[in-house]
Design a protein around this ligand. Structure first.
Ligand SMILES: Cc1cc2nc3c(=O)[nH]c(=O)nc-3n(C[C@H](O)[C@H](O)[C@H](O)COP(=O)(O)O)c2cc1C
Length: 206
């Protein structure tokens, strides 16, 4: 079937319910579905249509477990950069960080982890990959699959690259675990539109 006929919910519903999903059912994702998701990612725009993306999909249990150790290290290295060294340093009401911490313990439970890479170094290439990731997440959402954008940390990048035999010049832009959600999709909490928009002159209401 043509992939553009396969997405069962409206774009609006996908956009307005696309919250970060970090807990996954123990249910595999078919490779054909992953291909549809990534096909949609590759329809995104990029600078000069350079399409400098590459998606490395990790599904094998042993590979996921090995990667998960580095992901855990990376997550805590990012926290250490912010002066956070242990779970007790995270405020109880900081639900997002606590949930991200849990993901750093459990990322191997995601049925698939997608390393979104740029095929060359530099912020231009990185920027050209980012729109593809939103396509990826929206298409996954429309197929009932959730995930979240995450980043690694320079301290583990070399090890991750050699683990997956990545060429030297590749940069890992995001790590996106995906799976059928344990929780629900749902509305997101965002700043009011008026706070983040202007008409003509900065600060004039739209
Ligand atoms: C650039 C970027 C980096 C992010 N890094 C992480 C991360 O390392 N770990 C994580 O669990 N979530 C990460 N997130 C997900 C955000 O925490 C999430 O999108 C945000 O809190 C909004 O959540 P919501 O969509 O559920 O409202 C990242 C998102 C973006 C866009």
């Amino acid at each position: 079937m043509n992939p553009n006929e396969r997405f069962p919910i409206s774009l609006g519903e996908a956009i307005f319910t696309l919250r970060a999903i970090r807990r996954f059912k123990n249910e595999p994702i078919d490779n054909e579905i992953i291909k549809d998701i990534l096909l949609s990612a590759t329809q995104a725009p990029s600078g000069g249509n350079s399409q400098p993306w590459h998606f490395l999909v990790i599904k094998d249990k042993k590979q996921k477990q090995e990667f998960a150790e580095l992901y855990h290290q990376a997550w805590w290295a990012k926290r250490a950069d912010q002066g956070i060294y242990k779970p007790e340093d995270i405020a109880e009401n900081n639900k997002t960080t606590l949930s991200a911490m849990k993901l750093s313990d459990e990322i191997a439970t995601a049925p698939a982890i997608i390393l979104v890479c740029a095929t060359a170094q530099g912020s231009g290439h990185m920027g050209s990959v980012i729109p593809a990731v939103q396509n990826l997440l929206l298409t996954a959402r429309s197929l009932g699959i959730g995930g979240t954008i995450t980043t690694l940390h320079p301290s583990v990048e070399g090890q991750v690259k050699s683990m997956f035999n990545m060429p030297e010049n590749v940069q890992i832009v995001y790590c996106v675990p995906i799976g059928y959600p344990k929780g629900n999709f749902g509305p997101v909490q965002r700043k009011p539109l008026a706070e983040v928009t202007s008409l003509g002159v900065w600060g004039e209401p739209l």
